[in-house]
Design a protein around this ligand. Structure first.
Ligand SMILES: Cc1cc2nc3c(=O)[nH]c(=O)nc-3n(C[C@H](O)[C@H](O)[C@H](O)COP(=O)(O)O)c2cc1C
Length: 366
Protein backbone atom coordinates (compact mmCIF):
# COMPACT_ATOMS: atom_id res chain seq x y z
CA UNK A 1 0.00 0.00 0.00
CA UNK A 2 2.86 2.41 0.89
CA UNK A 3 4.43 1.91 -2.53
CA UNK A 4 1.03 2.33 -4.21
CA UNK A 5 0.41 5.57 -2.38
CA UNK A 6 3.79 6.88 -3.45
CA UNK A 7 2.82 6.31 -7.07
CA UNK A 8 -0.41 8.32 -6.71
CA UNK A 9 -0.44 11.92 -7.94
CA UNK A 10 -0.07 14.45 -5.12
CA UNK A 11 -2.59 17.08 -6.19
CA UNK A 12 -5.81 17.48 -8.15
CA UNK A 13 -4.11 19.20 -11.13
CA UNK A 14 -1.66 16.25 -11.25
CA UNK A 15 -4.67 13.93 -11.40
CA UNK A 16 -6.11 15.96 -14.30
CA UNK A 17 -2.87 15.55 -16.19
CA UNK A 18 -2.72 11.80 -15.53
CA UNK A 19 -6.35 11.40 -16.55
CA UNK A 20 -5.71 13.18 -19.83
CA UNK A 21 -2.77 10.84 -20.47
CA UNK A 22 -4.87 7.77 -19.62
CA UNK A 23 -7.88 8.59 -21.81
CA UNK A 24 -8.32 8.79 -25.58
CA UNK A 25 -8.58 12.34 -26.97
CA UNK A 26 -12.30 11.73 -27.52
CA UNK A 27 -12.96 10.57 -23.95
CA UNK A 28 -10.95 13.47 -22.52
CA UNK A 29 -12.96 15.95 -24.62
CA UNK A 30 -16.19 14.40 -23.34
CA UNK A 31 -15.21 14.25 -19.66
CA UNK A 32 -13.31 17.51 -19.42
CA UNK A 33 -15.07 19.72 -21.96
CA UNK A 34 -17.69 22.40 -21.54
CA UNK A 35 -20.19 24.32 -23.64
CA UNK A 36 -19.37 27.11 -26.09
CA UNK A 37 -16.14 28.90 -25.34
CA UNK A 38 -15.99 27.18 -21.93
CA UNK A 39 -16.08 30.57 -20.22
CA UNK A 40 -18.53 29.43 -17.53
CA UNK A 41 -16.49 26.28 -16.96
CA UNK A 42 -13.35 28.38 -16.36
CA UNK A 43 -15.20 31.05 -14.41
CA UNK A 44 -16.59 28.40 -12.04
CA UNK A 45 -13.05 27.51 -10.97
CA UNK A 46 -11.68 31.07 -10.93
CA UNK A 47 -14.55 32.58 -8.94
CA UNK A 48 -13.88 30.59 -5.76
CA UNK A 49 -10.48 32.28 -5.60
CA UNK A 50 -12.20 35.70 -5.75
CA UNK A 51 -13.59 34.97 -2.30
CA UNK A 52 -10.86 35.57 0.27
CA UNK A 53 -10.68 33.87 3.64
CA UNK A 54 -10.82 35.86 6.90
CA UNK A 55 -9.46 33.48 9.55
CA UNK A 56 -9.98 33.83 13.30
CA UNK A 57 -7.10 32.71 15.51
CA UNK A 58 -6.72 31.22 18.99
CA UNK A 59 -10.15 29.60 18.89
CA UNK A 60 -10.97 26.49 20.91
CA UNK A 61 -10.61 23.71 18.34
CA UNK A 62 -10.81 20.73 20.71
CA UNK A 63 -13.07 17.82 19.77
CA UNK A 64 -13.55 19.25 16.31
CA UNK A 65 -15.29 17.40 13.48
CA UNK A 66 -16.62 17.80 9.92
CA UNK A 67 -20.18 16.55 10.44
CA UNK A 68 -23.19 18.44 9.08
CA UNK A 69 -26.93 17.79 9.01
CA UNK A 70 -28.46 17.36 5.58
CA UNK A 71 -32.11 16.47 4.87
CA UNK A 72 -32.55 15.57 8.51
CA UNK A 73 -29.63 13.17 8.77
CA UNK A 74 -26.17 13.76 10.15
CA UNK A 75 -23.49 13.06 7.54
CA UNK A 76 -19.74 12.73 8.20
CA UNK A 77 -18.56 15.40 5.78
CA UNK A 78 -20.34 17.81 3.40
CA UNK A 79 -18.80 16.31 0.25
CA UNK A 80 -20.82 14.44 -2.38
CA UNK A 81 -19.73 12.97 -5.71
CA UNK A 82 -21.82 14.67 -8.45
CA UNK A 83 -23.88 12.59 -10.89
CA UNK A 84 -21.76 11.96 -13.97
CA UNK A 85 -22.66 9.94 -17.04
CA UNK A 86 -20.78 7.10 -18.74
CA UNK A 87 -18.21 6.33 -16.05
CA UNK A 88 -17.33 3.00 -17.68
CA UNK A 89 -15.81 5.05 -20.50
CA UNK A 90 -13.40 6.57 -17.97
CA UNK A 91 -12.35 3.30 -16.26
CA UNK A 92 -13.53 -0.28 -15.89
CA UNK A 93 -14.19 0.36 -12.18
CA UNK A 94 -16.99 2.67 -13.40
CA UNK A 95 -19.86 3.63 -11.07
CA UNK A 96 -19.20 0.77 -8.66
CA UNK A 97 -15.66 2.04 -8.14
CA UNK A 98 -16.78 5.65 -7.80
CA UNK A 99 -19.45 4.74 -5.24
CA UNK A 100 -16.96 2.68 -3.22
CA UNK A 101 -14.45 5.51 -3.38
CA UNK A 102 -17.07 7.91 -2.00
CA UNK A 103 -18.13 5.51 0.76
CA UNK A 104 -14.50 4.84 1.76
CA UNK A 105 -14.03 8.59 2.34
CA UNK A 106 -17.42 8.95 4.09
CA UNK A 107 -18.61 11.12 1.21
CA UNK A 108 -21.98 10.98 -0.54
CA UNK A 109 -22.63 9.66 -4.04
CA UNK A 110 -25.20 10.53 -6.70
CA UNK A 111 -25.73 7.98 -9.47
CA UNK A 112 -26.50 9.49 -12.89
CA UNK A 113 -29.53 8.31 -14.84
CA UNK A 114 -26.95 7.92 -17.62
CA UNK A 115 -25.04 5.44 -15.45
CA UNK A 116 -23.33 2.56 -17.23
CA UNK A 117 -24.01 0.34 -14.19
CA UNK A 118 -27.47 -0.67 -12.93
CA UNK A 119 -28.53 1.17 -9.78
CA UNK A 120 -29.17 -1.92 -7.63
CA UNK A 121 -25.61 -3.38 -7.45
CA UNK A 122 -24.20 0.09 -6.78
CA UNK A 123 -26.53 0.47 -3.80
CA UNK A 124 -25.86 -3.00 -2.42
CA UNK A 125 -22.11 -2.40 -2.52
CA UNK A 126 -22.21 0.59 -0.22
CA UNK A 127 -25.58 0.74 1.51
CA UNK A 128 -24.42 -1.10 4.63
CA UNK A 129 -21.28 1.03 4.99
CA UNK A 130 -21.98 2.58 8.41
CA UNK A 131 -20.19 5.92 7.95
CA UNK A 132 -21.01 6.71 4.31
CA UNK A 133 -22.61 9.92 3.09
CA UNK A 134 -25.94 10.17 1.28
CA UNK A 135 -26.79 7.87 -1.62
CA UNK A 136 -28.99 9.64 -4.16
CA UNK A 137 -30.31 8.88 -7.66
CA UNK A 138 -30.33 11.52 -10.40
CA UNK A 139 -33.16 11.84 -12.91
CA UNK A 140 -32.79 13.64 -16.22
CA UNK A 141 -35.29 16.00 -17.79
CA UNK A 142 -35.84 14.59 -21.25
CA UNK A 143 -36.32 11.00 -20.16
CA UNK A 144 -39.45 9.18 -21.13
CA UNK A 145 -41.92 9.83 -18.29
CA UNK A 146 -42.73 6.19 -17.62
CA UNK A 147 -38.99 5.57 -17.45
CA UNK A 148 -38.60 8.38 -14.89
CA UNK A 149 -41.19 6.77 -12.64
CA UNK A 150 -39.68 3.29 -13.08
CA UNK A 151 -36.24 4.54 -12.11
CA UNK A 152 -37.64 6.49 -9.15
CA UNK A 153 -39.39 3.35 -7.93
CA UNK A 154 -36.36 1.10 -8.41
CA UNK A 155 -34.16 3.62 -6.60
CA UNK A 156 -36.50 3.73 -3.61
CA UNK A 157 -36.57 -0.08 -3.47
CA UNK A 158 -32.78 -0.33 -3.73
CA UNK A 159 -32.24 2.00 -0.77
CA UNK A 160 -31.42 5.32 -2.41
CA UNK A 161 -32.33 8.14 -0.04
CA UNK A 162 -33.38 10.97 -2.37
CA UNK A 163 -33.96 11.80 -6.03
CA UNK A 164 -32.11 14.63 -7.77
CA UNK A 165 -33.93 15.93 -10.83
CA UNK A 166 -31.58 17.85 -13.14
CA UNK A 167 -33.57 20.73 -14.57
CA UNK A 168 -30.87 22.67 -16.40
CA UNK A 169 -30.37 20.47 -19.43
CA UNK A 170 -33.62 19.73 -21.29
CA UNK A 171 -31.26 19.61 -24.28
CA UNK A 172 -27.50 19.22 -24.37
CA UNK A 173 -25.26 22.23 -24.78
CA UNK A 174 -23.08 22.72 -27.80
CA UNK A 175 -19.62 21.40 -26.88
CA UNK A 176 -16.98 22.45 -29.38
CA UNK A 177 -14.25 20.09 -28.20
CA UNK A 178 -16.59 17.13 -28.50
CA UNK A 179 -17.89 18.26 -31.90
CA UNK A 180 -14.43 18.83 -33.29
CA UNK A 181 -13.48 15.22 -32.56
CA UNK A 182 -16.91 13.74 -33.17
CA UNK A 183 -16.56 12.20 -29.71
CA UNK A 184 -19.41 9.92 -28.61
CA UNK A 185 -19.47 7.35 -25.83
CA UNK A 186 -18.65 3.93 -27.37
CA UNK A 187 -21.81 2.31 -28.68
CA UNK A 188 -21.21 -0.89 -26.66
CA UNK A 189 -21.65 1.06 -23.40
CA UNK A 190 -25.15 0.47 -22.05
CA UNK A 191 -27.10 3.00 -19.98
CA UNK A 192 -29.69 0.68 -18.41
CA UNK A 193 -31.79 3.41 -16.82
CA UNK A 194 -31.98 5.87 -19.68
CA UNK A 195 -34.83 5.97 -22.20
CA UNK A 196 -35.35 9.30 -23.99
CA UNK A 197 -38.82 10.66 -24.61
CA UNK A 198 -39.86 10.24 -28.25
CA UNK A 199 -39.33 13.55 -30.09
CA UNK A 200 -42.32 15.34 -31.55
CA UNK A 201 -42.43 16.28 -35.23
CA UNK A 202 -42.40 20.04 -34.49
CA UNK A 203 -40.84 22.40 -32.00
CA UNK A 204 -37.38 23.51 -30.95
CA UNK A 205 -34.32 21.28 -31.09
CA UNK A 206 -35.83 18.64 -33.34
CA UNK A 207 -38.98 18.28 -31.24
CA UNK A 208 -37.12 17.00 -28.16
CA UNK A 209 -38.52 19.76 -25.94
CA UNK A 210 -42.19 19.01 -26.48
CA UNK A 211 -42.28 16.51 -23.65
CA UNK A 212 -39.70 18.20 -21.40
CA UNK A 213 -40.84 18.68 -17.81
CA UNK A 214 -42.30 22.06 -16.79
CA UNK A 215 -43.02 23.55 -13.36
CA UNK A 216 -46.60 22.21 -13.64
CA UNK A 217 -45.24 18.68 -13.96
CA UNK A 218 -43.34 18.73 -10.69
CA UNK A 219 -46.43 18.04 -8.59
CA UNK A 220 -47.24 15.17 -10.98
CA UNK A 221 -43.81 13.75 -10.22
CA UNK A 222 -43.91 14.45 -6.49
CA UNK A 223 -47.27 12.67 -6.14
CA UNK A 224 -45.76 9.54 -7.66
CA UNK A 225 -42.41 9.25 -5.92
CA UNK A 226 -41.64 8.03 -2.43
CA UNK A 227 -38.33 9.80 -1.88
CA UNK A 228 -37.47 13.43 -1.12
CA UNK A 229 -36.87 15.45 -4.31
CA UNK A 230 -34.02 17.86 -4.96
CA UNK A 231 -33.73 20.06 -8.06
CA UNK A 232 -30.26 20.33 -9.57
CA UNK A 233 -29.40 23.18 -11.90
CA UNK A 234 -31.22 26.08 -10.26
CA UNK A 235 -29.34 29.38 -10.57
CA UNK A 236 -32.05 32.08 -10.56
CA UNK A 237 -33.50 33.29 -7.23
CA UNK A 238 -37.03 33.34 -8.69
CA UNK A 239 -36.69 29.67 -9.65
CA UNK A 240 -35.45 28.96 -6.12
CA UNK A 241 -38.60 30.52 -4.63
CA UNK A 242 -40.80 28.64 -7.10
CA UNK A 243 -39.14 25.40 -6.02
CA UNK A 244 -39.77 26.23 -2.35
CA UNK A 245 -43.45 26.83 -3.09
CA UNK A 246 -43.56 23.27 -4.45
CA UNK A 247 -42.02 21.94 -1.23
CA UNK A 248 -38.91 20.41 -2.74
CA UNK A 249 -36.46 19.10 -0.17
CA UNK A 250 -33.44 20.86 -1.60
CA UNK A 251 -31.74 22.64 -4.45
CA UNK A 252 -28.36 22.19 -6.07
CA UNK A 253 -27.07 25.49 -7.36
CA UNK A 254 -25.33 24.30 -10.51
CA UNK A 255 -24.66 25.27 -14.11
CA UNK A 256 -23.76 21.66 -14.94
CA UNK A 257 -20.06 22.45 -14.64
CA UNK A 258 -20.37 24.84 -17.61
CA UNK A 259 -21.34 21.96 -19.92
CA UNK A 260 -24.74 23.23 -21.06
CA UNK A 261 -25.23 27.02 -21.36
CA UNK A 262 -22.07 29.08 -21.66
CA UNK A 263 -21.56 32.63 -20.30
CA UNK A 264 -23.58 32.08 -17.13
CA UNK A 265 -21.95 33.52 -14.02
CA UNK A 266 -20.00 31.16 -11.82
CA UNK A 267 -21.88 29.32 -9.10
CA UNK A 268 -19.58 30.94 -6.51
CA UNK A 269 -20.92 34.28 -7.72
CA UNK A 270 -24.60 33.22 -7.57
CA UNK A 271 -24.46 31.48 -4.19
CA UNK A 272 -25.05 34.47 -1.83
CA UNK A 273 -28.08 35.56 -3.87
CA UNK A 274 -29.55 32.08 -3.91
CA UNK A 275 -28.99 31.51 -0.18
CA UNK A 276 -30.77 34.79 0.51
CA UNK A 277 -33.70 33.85 -1.72
CA UNK A 278 -34.06 30.45 -0.05
CA UNK A 279 -33.99 31.75 3.54
CA UNK A 280 -33.33 28.21 4.75
CA UNK A 281 -36.68 26.95 3.39
CA UNK A 282 -34.95 24.04 1.60
CA UNK A 283 -31.50 22.48 1.71
CA UNK A 284 -28.97 24.28 -0.49
CA UNK A 285 -26.05 22.54 -2.18
CA UNK A 286 -23.66 23.88 -4.78
CA UNK A 287 -21.28 22.51 -7.41
CA UNK A 288 -19.00 23.83 -10.16
CA UNK A 289 -15.28 24.41 -10.05
CA UNK A 290 -14.72 23.18 -6.50
CA UNK A 291 -11.08 22.09 -6.52
CA UNK A 292 -9.84 22.88 -3.00
CA UNK A 293 -10.87 22.21 0.58
CA UNK A 294 -10.90 26.00 0.99
CA UNK A 295 -13.54 26.16 -1.79
CA UNK A 296 -15.70 23.78 0.26
CA UNK A 297 -15.25 26.02 3.29
CA UNK A 298 -16.22 29.11 1.26
CA UNK A 299 -19.33 27.38 -0.11
CA UNK A 300 -20.49 26.69 3.44
CA UNK A 301 -19.67 30.26 4.53
CA UNK A 302 -21.85 31.54 1.68
CA UNK A 303 -24.86 29.47 2.70
CA UNK A 304 -24.52 25.96 1.25
CA UNK A 305 -24.97 22.90 3.46
CA UNK A 306 -22.85 20.65 1.25
CA UNK A 307 -21.04 20.59 -2.10
CA UNK A 308 -20.91 18.25 -5.07
CA UNK A 309 -17.60 17.47 -6.76
CA UNK A 310 -17.60 16.65 -10.47
CA UNK A 311 -14.58 16.40 -12.77
CA UNK A 312 -11.89 15.86 -10.09
CA UNK A 313 -13.51 12.54 -9.13
CA UNK A 314 -13.46 11.52 -12.80
CA UNK A 315 -9.78 12.45 -13.04
CA UNK A 316 -9.08 10.10 -10.13
CA UNK A 317 -11.23 7.32 -11.59
CA UNK A 318 -9.82 7.65 -15.11
CA UNK A 319 -6.19 7.56 -14.01
CA UNK A 320 -6.22 5.13 -11.07
CA UNK A 321 -9.68 3.58 -10.87
CA UNK A 322 -11.56 3.52 -7.56
CA UNK A 323 -8.36 4.14 -5.60
CA UNK A 324 -7.69 7.35 -7.54
CA UNK A 325 -11.21 8.65 -6.98
CA UNK A 326 -10.91 7.83 -3.26
CA UNK A 327 -7.57 9.62 -3.08
CA UNK A 328 -8.98 12.75 -4.78
CA UNK A 329 -11.73 12.85 -2.16
CA UNK A 330 -9.16 12.22 0.58
CA UNK A 331 -7.13 15.23 -0.60
CA UNK A 332 -10.25 17.43 -0.54
CA UNK A 333 -11.24 16.11 2.89
CA UNK A 334 -7.82 16.80 4.36
CA UNK A 335 -7.76 20.30 2.89
CA UNK A 336 -11.25 21.02 4.21
CA UNK A 337 -10.21 19.95 7.72
CA UNK A 338 -7.15 22.19 7.49
CA UNK A 339 -9.29 25.10 6.27
CA UNK A 340 -11.66 24.61 9.21
CA UNK A 341 -8.81 24.55 11.71
CA UNK A 342 -6.91 27.45 10.18
CA UNK A 343 -10.02 29.64 9.98
CA UNK A 344 -10.70 28.95 13.67
CA UNK A 345 -13.74 26.70 13.28
CA UNK A 346 -14.23 23.62 15.43
CA UNK A 347 -16.84 22.23 13.01
CA UNK A 348 -18.83 23.37 9.95
CA UNK A 349 -21.45 24.83 12.32
CA UNK A 350 -18.89 27.48 13.33
CA UNK A 351 -18.41 28.73 9.75
CA UNK A 352 -19.82 32.25 9.34
CA UNK A 353 -20.39 34.59 6.39
CA UNK A 354 -17.74 36.83 8.02
CA UNK A 355 -15.10 34.18 7.31
CA UNK A 356 -15.10 35.19 3.62
CA UNK A 357 -14.78 38.47 1.78
CA UNK A 358 -15.37 39.20 -1.93
CA UNK A 359 -12.06 40.35 -3.35
CA UNK A 360 -13.55 41.81 -6.51
CA UNK A 361 -12.78 40.67 -10.02
CA UNK A 362 -9.13 40.80 -10.93
CA UNK A 363 -9.82 43.79 -13.17
CA UNK A 364 -11.89 45.80 -10.69
CA UNK A 365 -10.76 47.47 -7.44
CA UNK A 366 -11.55 45.42 -4.32
C1 LIG B 1 -18.44 14.04 -17.79
C2 LIG B 1 -19.56 14.64 -17.04
C3 LIG B 1 -20.81 14.04 -17.06
C4 LIG B 1 -21.87 14.60 -16.38
N1 LIG B 1 -23.07 13.95 -16.37
C5 LIG B 1 -24.11 14.47 -15.65
C6 LIG B 1 -25.33 13.77 -15.54
O1 LIG B 1 -25.49 12.67 -16.08
N2 LIG B 1 -26.33 14.34 -14.84
C7 LIG B 1 -26.18 15.56 -14.21
O2 LIG B 1 -27.10 16.05 -13.56
N3 LIG B 1 -25.01 16.22 -14.26
C8 LIG B 1 -23.98 15.71 -14.95
N4 LIG B 1 -22.78 16.36 -14.96
C9 LIG B 1 -22.61 17.62 -14.18
C10 LIG B 1 -22.12 17.30 -12.77
O3 LIG B 1 -23.11 16.62 -12.02
C11 LIG B 1 -21.76 18.57 -12.00
O4 LIG B 1 -22.86 19.46 -12.00
C12 LIG B 1 -20.53 19.31 -12.54
O5 LIG B 1 -19.60 18.39 -13.08
C13 LIG B 1 -19.88 20.10 -11.41
O6 LIG B 1 -18.81 20.87 -11.88
P1 LIG B 1 -17.26 20.44 -11.78
O7 LIG B 1 -17.07 19.33 -12.77
O8 LIG B 1 -16.57 21.70 -12.15
O9 LIG B 1 -16.99 19.99 -10.36
C14 LIG B 1 -21.69 15.81 -15.65
C15 LIG B 1 -20.43 16.40 -15.60
C16 LIG B 1 -19.38 15.83 -16.28
C17 LIG B 1 -18.02 16.48 -16.18
Amino acid sequence: MGADLKALPATLPDYALRAQQSLSAEAWAYFDGGAGDESTQQRNVAAWARWGLRPRVLQDLRAGHTRVTLLGREIPIPLIVAPMAYQAWAHADAERGMAMAAASQQCGFVLSQHSTTPLQPVASLIRKEPARGPLWMQLANGADRACLLEVADQAAQAGYEALVLSVDAPVQGSRDRVRRLGAHPPSQLMTPHWRPAAPASTGLCGGTLESALRWDDLSWLQERIRLPLLLKGITHPLDARQAVRLNVAGLVLSNHGGRVLDTQPATAECLPELAEALQGDAALLVDGGIRRGTDVFKALALGAQAVLIGRPCLWGLASHGAMGAAHVLRLLRDEFEMALALCGCRSPADIRREHVRWLGQLDEPS
